[in-house]
Design a protein around this ligand. Sequence first.
Ligand code: HEM
Length: 432
Amino acid sequence: MSELSLDTIDIHTKDLYVTRGYPWQEWDLLRREAPIYWYEREGIAPFWAVTRHADVLAISKHAEVFVNSQRLRLDSVEDDERQVGSRLQRATERGWDPDEPPDFIFMDDPRHRKFRLLAAKRFTPAALRKLDGHFSDLSRKFADEFSAELTRTSDTGETCDFVRGFAQKLPLAAIGEMMGLPAGDWMRLKKLTNVMIGAPEPDFYRPGETRNQALQRASDEMTEYMVRLVDEHQERGPGAGDLSSLIVHSTIDGEPLTVQQLQGFLFVLLAAGNETTQNAISGGVHALLENPDQRELLCSDPSLVESAAEEILRWTSPVLQFARTAVEDFELSGTTIRAGEDVGMWYPSANRDEAVFDEPYRFDITRKPNDHLAFGGYGAHFCLGANLARWELRAALRALIPILPRMASAGPPGRVRNLHVAAIHALPVRAA
Ligand code: HEM
């Protein structure tokens, strides 16, 4: 690679994430020379690129200064406009409020907190413990299925796709069951979220359809599904016991939520619940296959599962960034962020910050402490599903330990075209 310079580095072009993966060298340069860097490039609205651990934490902890409601994620101007246009069109067609945020991540406190609390009790360690045995059984079942696929292909030398064969199954089943969604619907919903995040789903496309048209169709079908789910729960009345029912029958300040608010709420749980964890599982297995000493260590000492899961979260950092907008001037490590300016917090970069992590580019499943920011920076919006994701990742690793020694990497991961969740849509492996 030619010499990188601050003036020309590119950390925003989605196609580059597909072809080269995460821009580690660019983030290293930023952390070293301009950790709070005014990033102005064609095709994306300017923002302060924040790449150090301490600064991501500081922003996250000052939710009263850095708000979510104005610019939540960094995206291209083209995609920002498309999303706003599509939201307005949907609001007009359905008679919805055009100013209502799509979901509670786009809200600020105190309103955000009221919405978040409706679901929060289902994501506590105590609530998840009740599901523990069942989800462990599911992980073992999925691992057995993948093991059978490895056995079947070992003679022919065919490659298997670890994402479809294992990684996507547990997160989908976990959130699908928690939300009480019929198992027969899961794969269709998965396909819709895949299209929406930019994964190639060739059989979804109609002849001559562009990516944006397919994306719009997937998002319309998803809205339709969630609106129907809300209707069904409203007709059935409370008491179904699942997370969807709980939310549909909740009130805020004594008022029920609108259908528009409910469908957005249910959708964000489904999408956040199935795309991110899948990437930690597939990225984690990729890292273990690329670092055989760490794989052997884990297989010989399963008590390392918990620290391995944390290292995988740090190493893979499945969420690339969230943005915030300053509502007043703020002094951040010597740089003044002016009211009205946006900041982008690059979590993978924070997770390679040499000021916090010893040898950050060493994949070390025994790393302790491991204060990674894969779930965000401990502020008001800290990942609601962190306990669930951790639990799933540990269960997946435990179930995979018997078959990891039989797996070998068979090529680089296939990455989606997305600037928010840099997901892995395929991971070729073969029987070792
Ligand atoms: C490895 C898996 C996951 C990663 C890396 C991840 C990462 C993140 C990050 C970085 C944030 C933003 C935090 C902030 O702004 O400070 C977030 C928020 C959120 N996550 Fe996760 N997440 C994961 C799994 C899940 C799961 C399984 C769910 C389940 C539903 C979930 C639901 C949410 C929700 C609802 C929010 C918004 C919280 C709020 O605004 O109050 N996530 N996540």
